[in-house]
Design a protein around this ligand. Structure first.
Ligand SMILES: *[C@@H]1O[C@H](CO)[C@@H](O)[C@H](O)[C@H]1NC(C)=O
Ligand SMILES: *[C@@H]1O[C@H](CO)[C@@H](O)[C@H](O)[C@H]1NC(C)=O
Length: 389
């Protein structure tokens, strides 16, 4: 009994210690105005500086309302071991797209550790920039809405990202990143508005999220390792894509990617692996696409190693990227074109270890077709369209 009481006491004491050690920083105390028209950039940066400089666990709180914000860099390293950014409001970009348009990022976290973003909405107001690009006028390239660079132990949970000028979320040079229950919404015709882009990063989890956009749902760039994607719904957009690779001669490979329980609806590609038709030392290995529903997807399963838009800088070349050990398992639904499976690999380095298991893709209620070039692999169980492997 005495032992139990003692344990109880310890728990109680720990509870007090842990709850009293979080220090709160409310952006309103730093002069932010939740009225959507007063520029609150300085207030947000001041709140960040205060939290970052604290030795406690900290919370930066953004209450309900709309906060007008320009381009901001939140820089580490911080003294605070963990910083939770709790957003109950909406962060709003300036109405004139040229203000953010020149910046690489809208909200950028660089060299931070233990940062969590919980809740909130980002309204980047990207559509005037997309319209400018559609006219082909001299437009700025646009800002990524939320970017993490060279950072560790990051969480993004329950965030809504609207109408980014460029990519919605970028994870670059990071370890241990957890993205959960986020939504991305942008027009199906918006250019370069990838939902989440990952590169040069490892141990990344993206779960239970919905991404509607004009470009890739999730794009996976060179140097991505141990990426787990689960329960993501994509569409409209370009689907889940590894690449484009072989942009550079010297390039880090992509390895150990799992994509499970996804739904792709009305997307251009389902699961794509793309490389430029150019020399490169890059590679893609150990990728698992397990359990997916495709609805009206133009290219449900695609490997394209002949990417060479406008035939510039790559005519008559072949891709140096080596693709191996790729499993497609339990994928069913409908293709919007007759070719549901298309493996178009490098003639110099054929794709190897490609496995199709229990795949059933139909086209207008008929059997779809598959195409194979320079690919080695096998089919297991029922595979429809009948594999060319
Ligand atoms: C592959 O990545 C998963 C996480 O996505 C990890 O649990 C597993 O250990 C990794 N496997 C290898 C062989 O690195
Ligand atoms: C493949 O899918 C079609 C359309 O959903 C369905 O009618 C057919 O029975 C499925 N084939 C098998 C063997 O499951």
């Amino acid at each position: 009994m005495a032992g139990l009481l003692f344990l109880f006491f310890i728990f109680f004491a720990l509870h007090i210690i842990s709850s009293s050690a979080t220090t709160n920083f409310n952006v309103l105390s730093y002069g932010a105005k939740p009225n959507g028209v007063t520029d609150s950039t300085k207030a947000f940066l001041d709140a960040w500086a205060a939290a970052c400089g604290s030795t406690d666990s900290t919370m930066i709180y953004m209450p309900k309302g709309r906060y007008l914000l320009g381009s901001m860099v939140f820089t580490g390293s911080c003294k605070s071991p963990d910083i939770t950014i709790r957003i109950d409001g909406t962060l709003v970009a300036p109405g004139d797209y040229r203000i953010l348009g020149q910046a690489a990022n809208w909200l950028s976290f660089e060299g931070v550790a233990g940062v969590s973003i919980v809740g909130g909405a980002l309204d980047a107001k990207g559509s005037p920039l997309w319209a400018c690009k559609a006219k082909g006028n001299n437009c700025p390239s646009g800002a990524t809405s939320l970017s993490f660079t060279n950072s560790n132990n990051i969480k993004i949970k329950g965030l809504l990202s609207l109408n980014s000028q460029m990519f919605h979320i970028v994870i670059n040079g990071c370890q241990n990143v957890n993205v959960e229950r986020i939504s991305v919404i942008a027009d199906g015709n918006s250019p370069n508005t990838d939902g989440i882009h990952v590169q040069l990063s490892s141990n990344i989890v993206i779960m239970n999220s919905k991404i509607k956009t004009g470009d890739d749902c999730i794009s996976i760039g060179p140097g991505t390792q141990n990426l787990w994607i689960e329960g993501v719904k994509c569409g409209p957009g370009h689907g889940i894509s590894i690449g484009s690779l072989a942009k550079d001669l010297q390039e880090e490979g992509v390895q150990n990617v799992t994509v499970t329980k996804t739904v792709l609806a009305d997307t251009q590609n389902g699961f794509g692996i793309k490389s430029w038709a150019r020399p490169s030392n890059g590679f893609v290995q150990r990728v698992r696409f397990i359990g997916a529903i495709m609805q009206n997807v133009q290219n449900p399963i695609l490997i394209d190693q002949h990417y060479c838009p406008h035939n510039l800088n790559c005519p008559d070349q072949v891709s140096g990227v080596k693709i191996s050990d790729i499993v497609y398992q339990g994928i069913r639904g409908t293709s919007a074109t007759a070719i549901a499976i298309n493996f178009d690999c490098s003639s110099k380095y054929p794709c190897s270890g490609i496995s199709l298991q229990n795949v059933n893709l139909t086209y207008s209620n008929q059997a779809a077709q598959s195409l194979c070039a320079n690919v080695l692999g096998k089919t297991i169980g029922l595979v429809q369209p009948h594999g060319c492997l």
